[in-house]
Design a binder for this molecule. Structure first.
Ligand code: PMV
Length: 333
């Protein structure tokens, strides 16, 4: 049985244990899964039961400044406000930093700016841990490979391993017990016309973390037994949709994968429902517009918000019906 600390020690053997620089500074974008990761084969190392596939969100994400600090405790600042160290945002960061230091050594000052809401199913933890590991790599001058950075980011939050890379990213589940074969990989080709519209229904923190929800789903949902097979099939479809630039197949696969994930959660004991009435209202509007000929699809993560999927030639029409959305062009920015 491997612990996170084992993996960190293995990756950092022969690397500097003390910073060479005054400050590490990095930005990591958020990513949205098109074929979702839901359920782990190893809860400690965040090793997934299935592979997954995502698109990275260019300029939407977290920027982190990291330096050593002389106080008794770490110092954590989020969007220019000091965070109470008992707040879950701070405890997650502190526990992650503990992996990289011996007890009572090094204290850090972490200053993070995020341009997406935290904990609302917008992959804030993915970009947060990816930015933190990139900043650590800079501060200590470790010169790690992207593969190693991806593995280390995964120890913070599974989906963070995909935020190390731009564009379409495939996270191979891997088979090894130590997870050294479970990391993100860039997937060609690109899709310059692809647009993602962030449709924020609620920016409040979700009441149930994806970590807890995954455990409940895996252990209690009757539908979970068919989920891995569904993912395997959807991974083939999404790759072929991208290769062929078949947007109908792309949208249908992503939307159906997200709905299947939510149906699987809903069949858990206790049931897990992240959608709110407004989420369903938006879904019905999307289906109505699609029926009228607008090629518009959605995906949804562990929160009530929807991410709209469409091509640039339909941007004007989409904005007419969803004027509030923020549009990201992952391959143009
Ligand atoms: O990496 P986590 O623990 O935040 O889980 C991410 C789960 C989903 O966003 C719902 C799916 C995914 O693949 O990103």
């Amino acid at each position: 049985m491997f612990t996170k600390k084992h993996i960190v020690k293995h990756i950092l053997c022969n690397k500097p244990a003390y910073p060479h620089k005054e400050e590490g500074h990095a930005f990591a974008p958020s990513n949205i899964a098109l074929v979702k990761y839901w359920g782990k084969r190893d809860d400690e190392l965040n090793l997934p039961l299935t592979s997954s596939f995502s698109v990275t969100l260019a300029h939407k994400g977290s920027e982190t400044f990291l330096s050593l600090h002389s106080g008794e405790t770490d110092d954590i600042v989020l969007n220019d406000k000091k965070v109470d160290l008992t707040h879950p945002f701070a405890t997650k960061i502190i526990q992650y930093l503990d992996l990289f230091r011996e007890k009572n050594s090094l204290r850090f000052h972490v200053n993070t700016r995020s341009n997406i809401p935290i904990g609302a199913g917008l992959a804030s933890s993915a970009c947060g841990f990816a930015a933190l590991v990139l900043a650590l790599n800079q501060l200590f001058s470790w010169e790690l490979t992207n593969q190693e950075l991806s593995i280390l980011a995964r120890l913070g939050s599974g989906s963070a391993c995909r935020s190390i890379f731009p564009g379409f990213v495939y996270w191979e589940k891997g088979l090894r017990e130590d997870g050294m074969d479970s990391f993100g990989n860039v997937c060609e080709p690109t899709w310059p016309n692809l647009c993602i519209g962030l449709c924020i229904i609620s920016a409040l923190e979700k009441p149930l973390s994806s970590r807890e929800a995954m455990v409940i789903t895996k252990n209690t949902s009757f539908l979970y037994r068919v989920w891995p097979d569904k993912v395997t099939k959807d991974l083939v479809k999404i790759k072929s949709a991208i290769d062929e630039k078949d947007f109908t197949l792309f949208g249908e696969t992503a939307e159906n994968n997200a709905l299947t994930m939510h149906a699987t959660m809903m069949a858990s004991h206790p049931p897990i429902i992240y959608s709110q009435p407004k989420t369903l209202e938006m879904m019905h509007l999307i289906w109505k517009l699609r029926h009228q000929g607008l090629p518009l699809y959605f995906t949804q993560d562990a929160g009530p918000n929807l991410k709209l999927l469409f091509l640039k030639e339909h941007l004007h029409d989409v904005l007419t019906f969803f004027p509030e959305i923020e549009v990201i062009q992952p391959f143009l920015e």
